[in-house]
Design a protein around this ligand. Sequence first.
Ligand code: NAP
Length: 252
Amino acid sequence: MCSNSDQQRNKTVLVTGASRGIGKAVAMQFAREGYKVAVHYNSGTAEAEALVAQLIQEGCDVMAVQADVRDSAQVQHMIDTIMAQWGVIDILINNAGIAQQKLFTDITDEDWHNMFAVHVDGTFYCTRAVLPAMIAQKQGVIVNISSMWGQVGGSCEVHYSAAKGAIQAMTKALAKEVGPSGIRVNCVAPGVIQTEMNAILDPETLEALRQETPLEMLGTTAHVAEAVYYLCSDKAAFITGQIVGVNGGMII
Ligand code: NAP
């Protein structure tokens, strides 16, 4: 059941890439805590609509919004749609992402540009579109989803690591710029989380990663959602510009 009992909980949240995986878990957590949640998707129409239908049935206030985050016009249209409906976006979670494993020398121009378009351009477009209203109201919270590979680099994932590293640098720089406007910007860097994204990894690789992790387990979408939720809450009012690892101790 969705609750809606205190001031914090009337806020509006946009979660990108919420049709499945981590974004879905984040959207569900905010919605069930009583936030109004815009469930963003790109191609996963059926998944997003099913999630929205389920949450509405639970009494939550949610809507589905579509955009390819690589396209600034589509992103602006999405933000305008949410603003027209709810008048404000208090919290933005830049989560939409893709993965690809390739030897560095096999990465094509298209692979490289697409990786940056989804992660870096997408984070830039969504953030730029929500910021003017956040600055005007002198409050707002942004959480960017990076990866532990953005911190330490992943073999055969150089383009992914570079894009995720860029998101971390964007987080730190923007936190400094908009802190005086009352806006906090943080980053969550997950380790290995069990989602469809990791379907590219075979079971032996996943087991090896599990054994390599000090806590000897793989992460769940709920682990990431809890960290994101905390960073957006007033309990984290003095936390900005940080990269928070949710990785079982793999990267310390
Ligand atoms: P996932 O299950 O593959 O879901 C990816 C989401 O991103 C989907 O909702 C997808 O939307 C959306 N998306 C992809 N390309 C898009 C585009 N061009 N425009 C708009 N949306 C797009 O992935 P996940 O595992 O939950 O990962 C979520 C985030 O966490 C990503 O940024 C990922 O890099 C990061 N991360 C994941 C892990 C992990 O182990 N899973 C670890 C570290 C970091 P549609 O399906 O609707 O197209």
